[in-house]
Design a protein around this ligand. Structure first.
Ligand SMILES: Nc1ncnc2c1ncn2[C@@H]1O[C@H](COP(=O)(O)OP(=O)(O)O)[C@@H](O)[C@H]1O
Ligand SMILES: [Mg+2]
Length: 241
């Protein structure tokens, strides 16, 4: 579903990604981890063309992200993205946040979009909050709305960039629970996260990055039981203890 071939990227003279090659198959859940500054966010943003690359190629569902002729906004409308900060529209109600792109981008009618939005709110346990504004919800609730909003577009894959790292500890699980459910339903997911419990529970593979390189890209069990590189061993020792 997602294919990265020899992706390299520079910010000026600083090389942020070096020859990154990996793939995410349909229905696969891949967790990306690694130290701060290793290029995880940059990598995930290149996947839907939010960050251009200078070398290599990326395709999603057979469509080239890096080809200039590709309609990137159309492609992005099919790939859900959830960031660390919820980025809901503060002046719109929760249900309006969920219907806006369905109506404007997918051309759905208001009734259809509202029905879909409410169904998804139900699914993330927030049906009762439909008419509130984002500022009236907790961080964990807002992040669940952000996930529901992404799902409202019927994405072919979901990208997450540390969706729980800005949340208070007691709210992390309510967001992870929604992500676990999605994974178990077979959604194709690429998730930057340091929540190793999540990785152990639902990831098929784990990618470990350091200084712009994909240092490990392995099946989950192999990664946790027997990381190959010292850098991954050090990282796991720090994060698991
Ligand atoms: N817009 C930018 N311009 C210049 N350098 C950047 C920019 N964004 C990120 N970087 C640098 O690229 C490196 C990787 O950043 P990032 O992908 O955010 O890492 P991570 O998500 O793993 O913490 C860091 O050294 C960061 O300072
Ligand atoms: Mg990051």
């Amino acid at each position: 579903m997602i294919q990265l071939n020899n992706v390299s990227k520079w910010y000026g003279s600083f090389q942020v990604l070096t020859d990154c090659t990996t793939e995410v198959k349909k229905g696969e859940v891949v967790v990306v981890c690694g130290p701060s500054g290793s290029g995880k966010s940059t990598l995930i943003k290149t996947v839907n063309g939010l960050e251009p690359i200078q070398q290599g190629s990326i395709t999603i569902d057979g469509v080239s992200v890096t080809d200039r002729k590709t309609n990137l906004s159309k492609l992005r409308s099919r790939v859900g993205m959830v960031f660390q900060h919820f980025e809901l529209f503060p002046h719109l109600s929760i249900v309006q946040n969920l219907t806006l792109a369905q109506i404007k981008v997918l051309g759905r009618g208001r009734d259809e979009a509202t029905a879909k939005g409410l169904k998804l709110l139900d699914r993330v346990g927030l049906r009762a909050h439909a008419d509130k504004f984002p500022g009236q919800l907790s961080g964990g609730q807002q992040q669940r709305v952000a996930i529901a909003r992404a799902l409202s577009m019927d994405p072919i894959a979901m990208l997450f960039d540390e969706p729980t790292s800005a949340l208070d500890p007691e709210m992390i699980n309510e967001v992870l629970d929604v992500m676990v459910e999605l994974a178990q339903e077979g959604m194709t997911m690429m998730c930057v996260t340091h929540e190793m419990g999540f990785a152990k529970k639902v990831a098929h593979r784990v990618i470990f990055m350091d200084r712009g390189l994909i240092v490990e890209d392995d099946r989950k069990d192999a990664f946790f039981e027997n990381p190959k590189s010292d850098r991954a061993k050090d990282f796991l020792a720090k994060i698991l203890h």
